[in-house]
Ligand binder design. Structure first.
Ligand code: 5GP
Length: 209
């Protein structure tokens, strides 16, 4: 499917309030797309029951997180819901150079920092829920959080949504399959962006030779 012209990788950021669907959309994208890897963040929050260390997150202590920040290992980091989260720098640089795309499930604070660090490489998509009532229903349906956490996440949803206008694209996740198809279309178009296709000049020279 993909053309054979060399290109830089894309840093595809999906943000939404908790329960907005970014994780499920990301999973669906990756099932059909062998060129899309997941950026695995460091976090100081404890793992949920279903989560696997090294797959969902690197679950680390505060001391280890400090060390990563001080050593410049993180390309961005932020406090979300009282826990610390950060993106390891090395996989980002490797993916860009290899022309592989990386998917990020990070919040608006992380998106800002990532865009500031690598302005030409970030493609950001904000996933909106169709309504706050539906958001609350989805948060409860996943049974991952206790009641207090659900309320706290609902409280913070409005604050996260307030940053919708800092994103390149906005997708309303009313119908899951349609939302996945929309993000897939964004990725397909962004892969063809001229400035990303580093091999174009030599391809065209050969074409005209
Ligand atoms: P959760 O604890 O539900 O997995 O994630 C809570 C929030 O932290 C989500 O909004 C998620 O996007 C955000 N998050 C996860 N990893 C990172 C990261 O590395 N950096 C930033 N800035 N936010 C993150």
């Amino acid at each position: 499917m993909s053309n054979e012209i060399a290109r830089r990788g894309i840093l595809l950021v999906l943000s939404s309030p908790s329960g907005g669907g970014k994780s499920s959309i990301g999973r669906a994208l990756r099932v059909t797309d062998p060129n899309l890897d997941l950026s695995i963040s460091l976090t100081t929050r404890p793992p949920r029951e279903s989560e696997v260390d090294g797959k969902d997150y690197h679950f680390v202590s505060d001391a280890r997180f400090d060390e990563a920040v001080q050593g410049g290992e993180l390309i961005e980091h932020a406090v979300v819901f009282g826990a610390r989260y950060g993106t390891p720098r090395a996989p980002v640089e490797a993916a860009l150079a290899a022309g592989r795309d990386l998917l990020f499930d990070i919040d608006w604070q992380g998106t800002r920092q990532l865009r500031a660090a690598l302005p030409g490489d970030v493609v950001s998509v904000f996933i909106l829920p169709p309504s706050l009532a539906e958001l609350e229903r989805r948060l409860r349906a996943r049974h991952a959080d206790d009641e207090a956490t659900v309320w706290s996440r609902m409280d913070k949803a409005a604050a996260e949504i307030a940053h919708w206008d800092e994103y390149d694209y906005v997708v309303v996740n009313r119908d899951f399959d349609l939302a996945v198809a929309s993000v897939r279309a964004i990725l397909a178009a962004e892969r063809l962006r001229r400035t990303r296709q580093t091999g174009l000049a030599s391809f065209v020279s050969a074409l005209l030779a």
